[in-house]
Design a protein around this ligand. Structure first.
Ligand code: LLP
Length: 415
C-alpha cells in the first residue's frame, strides 16, 4: 500500500500533484512519500510484536538523510555496510546501539570509526576480518561486539545477482568455518561474540527460505551453547520482497508468525534488516518524454531519465510499472521506454504496453524508492536528479538537483 494515487486523472503524491512538483523541481525527479515510509515501517516492526526484536533498516536501499531521520524517529535501528553509511546514520541521529555493520570488505578505518562510535555489533564475514577487528579494538583499548555471518546454503529463489546465502556466494562463513571462527572469537581478548547473523538474499517472495535458514541457525546456536558461547542476538537479515508487477510476497505478519513459531521460545533478541519492503513502494521516479520514434521493428519512447538514474531494469532486467502522470483515454501500443545514454542496455522498460504518449508528457516509474537513487551515477556526465519527500501537503527538497559544476567539482582542472 502506498500514497501515490490518481485524483481526477492526475497522479498525486499524498496531497501534492506530481505535475506541480515537476513544475517546481523539474525531471528526472524522485518523489518519496513519508506516510508510506511510516506505514511500511510500522507494518513491518509490529509484525514482530511479542518477540524481543530490533528492526534495523538497511541503509543501502535508500540512504537519503530525510528518509533515515524519519525512520530513526520511529525507533528504527540501521544496518550499514560502509563508513559512509555509518556517517549518514549518525548524522540522521540514529542511536549507535541500534546499528549493525555488515559487509565482506570492511576497511580498517571503517572498523575504527564503528568501534569509536560504539555500534551494537559487527556482522563478521571472514576469519581474517575477525582478526582485523580484534587488532583495531586492541589499538583502541576497546572490546568489539560481533556476530558471525553464517552462509546457510539456502536457495532464496531470487535473481542470481541478489542471492547471497548459497555456498558459491562470497558472503558469510559455512557452518564448519563459522564454528572454528566462534572458537577463535571466544579466545580473542578484544572481541565479544554476542550474535549470529545471516542474510540469504533480496526480493524473496516466499517464507520457506527464511525458515529453512532460521532452523539451520537454531541448530547451530545449540552447538555454540555447548561450547560455552553465550549468544544474545539472532540477526536474520533483510530480504522480504515487494510487488513490482504481479509478485505476491508474504505480508510481514506472515513472516513474523512463522519466525515466532520456529524460534520456540529461545531467549534471543531478533534483529531484522529490511530495506526494500520499507522504501521500495514509497518512492517513484518521474521522467519526461523527450521524443517518440517508430522504427521498422519497434516503438521507442525516449525519456529524460536513464540507467544512471535507475539502474535496476538494465542490471537485473527488473520490471517497474510505468504510467502516465496524466491518465487519459487513448490508443495503447507496445514500446521500449529508453533513456538518452549511449548504451543499448539503457532502458526502463522493454516491450511494454502503454498508452501512446506525446512529447513532454510525464511518466511515473513506480517502486523506485529502494535501490533507485542509491544506485545512481553520473554516467554520460548526467547530473543526478533531485529527491523530494512529501508528508501530507508538506514538501521537502531532500536532495537538490546536481548541476554541471557538481560533475567537475572534485577534479583537477589540469590547466
Ligand atoms: N542486510 C544485508 C546484509 C544485505 O546485504 C541487504 C541487501 C539487506 C539487509 C536488505 O535487503 P532487502 O530487505 O532490501 O532485500 N540492488 C538490488 C538489491 C541488493 C540487495 C543487497 N543487500 C536490487 O535493486 O534489487
Amino acid at each position: 500500500m502506498h500514497y501515490f494515487e490518481y485524483k481526477n486523472g492526475k497522479l498525486f503524491a499524498e496531497d501534492i500533484s506530481v505535475e506541480d512538483l515537476v513544475r517546481e523541481y523539474n525531471t528526472p525527479l524522485y518523489i518519496y512519500s513519508a506516510k508510506t515510509l511510516r506505514r511500511h515501517f510500522k507494518a513491518f516492526d509490529s509484525a514482530f510484536e511479542g518477540i524481543r526484536h530490533l528492526t534495523c533498516y538497511s541503509v543501502k536501499a535508500n540512504s537519503n538523510l530525510c528518509v533515515l531521520k524519519l525512520l530513526s524517529e520511529m525507533g528504527s535501528g540501521m544496518d550499514i555496510v560502509s563508513g559512509g553509511e555509518l556517517f549518514r546514520a549518525l548524522k540522521a541521529g540514529v542511536d549507535p546501539q541500534k546499528i549493525v555493520y555488515s559487509g565482506v570488505g570492511k576497511r580498517e578505518h571503517e572498523i575504527r570509526e564503528a568501534i569509536i562510535s560504539n555500534i551494537l555489533m559487527f556482522n563478521v564475514e571472514s576469519r581474517q576480518e575477525l582478526e582485523k577487528i580484534n587488532q583495531v579494538a586492541q589499538e583502541l583499548d576497546s572490546v568489539a561486539r560481533i556476530s558471525l555471518r553464517i552462509n546457510p546454503d539456502v536457495d532464496p529463489k531470487t535473481h542470481p545477482y541478489i542471492s547471497t546465502g548459497l555456498k558459491k556466494n562470497k558472503f558469510g562463513l559455512d557452518l564448519e568455518q563459522a564454528l572454528e571462527s566462534y572458537q577463535l572469537a571466544k579466545e580473542l581478548p578484544n572481541i565479544e561474540p554476542i550474535g549470529i547473523d545471516c542474510h540469504i538474499g533480496s526480493q524473496l517472495t516466499t517464507i520457506e527460505p527464511f525458515i529453512e535458514a532460521l532452523n539451520r541457525i537454531i541448530k547451530f546456536h545449540s552447538k555454540l551453547k555447548d561450547l560455552g558461547i553465550d549468544i544474545r542476538y539472532l540477526d536474520l537479515g533483510g530480504g522480504l520482497g515487494i510487488t513490482y508487477d504481479e509478485e505476491q510476497p508474504p505480508h510481514p505478519v506472515e513472516l513474523g508468525k512463522a519466525i515466532r513459531e520456529n524460534l520456540k521460545g529461545l531467549d534471543l533478541t531478533l534483529i531484522l534488516e529490511p530495506g526494500r519492503v520499507i522504501a521500495g513502494n514509497a518512492g517513484i521516479l518521474v521522467t519526461r518524454v523527450l521524443y517518440t520514434k517508430k522504427t521498422s521493428s519497434k516503438n521507442f519512447i525516449i525519456v529524460d531519465a536513464a540507467m544512471n538514474d535507475l539502474l535496476r531494469p538494465s542490471l537485473y532486467g527488473s520490471f517497474h510499472r510505468i504510467s502516465c502522470v496524466h491518465e487519459k483515454e487513448g490508443p495503447a501500443s507496445t514500446a521500449d521506454v529508453v533513456g538518452p545514454i549511449c548504451e543499448t542496455g539503457d532502458f526502463l522498460a522493454q516491450d511494454r504496453e502503454i498508452r501512446e504518449v506525446e512529447q513532454n508528457e510525464l511518466l511515473a516509474v513506480f517502486s523506485a524508492g529502494a535501490y533507485g537513487f542509491t544506485m545512481s551515477s553520473q554516467y554520460n556526465s548526467r547530473p543526478r536528479g533531485a529527491e523530494v519527500i512529501i508528508d501530507g501537503d508538506k514538501i521537502t527538497l531532500a536532495r537538490r538537483r546536481e548541476v554541471y559544476f557538481d560533475l567537475v567539482d572534485l577534479e583537477d582542472q589540469c590547466f
